[in-house]
Write a protein that binds this ligand. Structure first.
Ligand SMILES: [Cu+2]
Length: 461
């Protein structure tokens, strides 16, 4: 085994496996793991109070066992390999086989016990973002509890006191552990009809996260503060993010938590939504207004709700244009308008692979899919029915279909626009451009430059 492979994974696995004995694990709820990056169907509750379960994009919900009225879960913090998009695998840290960890779903009033086993190469804790709980259960290592040493299992116990969308993440060496992908979602469903929580047909959730991974490498750089190059939803980038597939007329809820280092204005096409909740709880009806974009700031959760009444394939993405791209260099000069003629031949003598790029904009990149190192994602990629989408990162689709069956989350394929409802090429004559009429006639009503009186009493303009 070469040195690099030894340090990249094998050593960590060996340490972890040796340090948690089988006997110690036997009395705990069986740790369930999941390696597939697909969106798993909702986990319909088999015990306890019923509720309408959520669907975690490219994720899953952790099963529990009911032990004398207490819902018991078992999270295992461990190194994982996450496929961010087909062809691109990353060494991350996560829970139960994946980053993010599985979603935990409970009901308001549930007594909950979570076993947390540490199979990382360093200590960790778990913090339950947004929960009302006893101070000693809040999970800030060194403050509320000792750190969970390597190989040990700690138990957290509390009552899920208020309904809402929450998150979990370590509060121990946070910079490293969150940069490596340690996080998950927590949903507390209301125990009865709630005046501020509507019933919905589809309830999706995902976390916003970001990584800095050099093209061709497999492990995130953990010291990065600003210049991340992979902007992901549940540690997946477009085209690896599953689409949100709904039936026309469904009431849809999407819960989005942000555990990156910057804000993300999340934008939905074709519909307007209301923000019906935050990690502080449901928003009073009088404080809601319609939006098509809502900013999800760092450490926040936003819960969007809308009626999916327009058929089609609607883009759904972060509105920061650099967040809908995959790994790239940022030190490329803008070449728009630069005349490359003659330059290519000269450059080819010096640099055999030289390629002129960007003189007409960067759209050529979408179609070119230029050669890239193994194990990364093209900067602009994905193909739709009409050509390259020129997207990456935080981008997916809301697919609204008349014939999507209730409870069916399968991708219905591309939307076929009905005849006469799609933008088309104009082939008639084009009129000559004319100056704006008032300006051309000299009948402009623009007032003459104003005279400004300066404080000193002098006039100027
Ligand atoms: Cu963004």
């Amino acid at each position: 085994m070469d040195r690099r492979a030894f340090f990249s994974g094998a050593a960590m696995t060996a340490v972890a496996a040796a340090s948690v004995s089988k006997v110690a694990m036997a009395a705990l709820p069986e740790p369930v793991t999941q390696a597939k990056p697909d969106t798993m169907p909702p986990l319909v509750p088999h015990t306890g109070r019923p509720y309408n379960p959520v669907v975690t994009l490219n994720g899953w919900t952790l099963p529990w066992r009911l032990n004398q009225g207490v819902k018991e879960f078992h999270l295992v913090a461990e190194p994982v390999v996450r496929e961010m998009t087909p062809g691109f695998k990353v060494n991350m840290w996560g829970y139960n086989g994946q980053s993010p960890g599985p979603t935990i779903e409970v009901v308001e009033g549930d007594r909950v016990r979570i076993f947390v086993t540490n199979k990382l190469p360093e200590h960790t804790t778990l913090h339950w973002h947004g929960q009302r709980l006893p101070n000693g259960m809040d999970g800030v290592g060194g403050l509320n509890q000792p750190q969970i040493p390597v190989g040990k299992t700690y138990v957290y116990e509390f009552v899920a006191r208020r309904p809402g969308t929450f998150m979990y993440h370590p509060h121990a060496d946070e910079m490293t552990q969150m940069a490596m992908g340690m996080m998950g979602l927590w949903i507390t469903h209301p125990k009865a009809k709630h005046p501020l929580i509507d019933e919905v047909q589809r309830d999706f959730c995902f976390l916003l996260n970001a990584y800095d991974i050099d093209p061709g490498s497999m492990t995130p750089r953990i010291m990065t503060m600003l210049d991340f190059n992979l902007w992901s939803w549940n540690s997946r980038v477009f085209p690896g993010i599953d689409t949100l597939n709904v039936r026309q007329g469904d009431k849809v809820r999407i819960r989005i938590g942000n555990l990156t280092m910057t804000n993300h204005p999340i934008h939905l096409h074709g519909h307007e939504f209301m923000v019906t909740g935050t990690d502080g709880g449901p928003v009073p009806k009088s404080a809601r207004w319609p939006e098509v974009t809502t900013d999800v700031a760092v450490g926040q959760m936003r819960q969007l709700e809308f009626l999916a009444d327009e058929e089609g394939d609607w883009a759904f993405h972060c509105h920061k244009s650099h967040h809908t791209m995959n790994a790239m260099g940022h030190n490329v000069p803008t070449m728009i308008g630069v005349d490359h003629r003659g330059l290519v031949d000269k450059m080819l003598k010096l640099v055999p692979d030289y390629m002129a790029m960007g003189e007409r904009g960067m759209a050529d990149m979408g179609a070119m899919e230029m050669p890239i190192p193994d194990n990364t994602a093209p900067m602009m990629t994905g193909t739709g029915p009409y050509g390259p989408l020129e997207m990456g990162g935080m981008f997916s689709l809301l697919k609204v279909r008349k014939d999507q069956k209730p409870g069916d989350y399968k991708d219905p394929g591309n939307f076929k626009q009905p005849p006469g409802t799609q933008a088309f090429e104009w082939t008639g004559s084009l009129p000559e451009p004319a100056r704006f009429q008032a300006e051309a006639d000299g009948t402009s009503t623009t007032p003459p430059a104003a005279t400004v009186r300066k404080p000193s009493g002098h006039t100027g303009h």
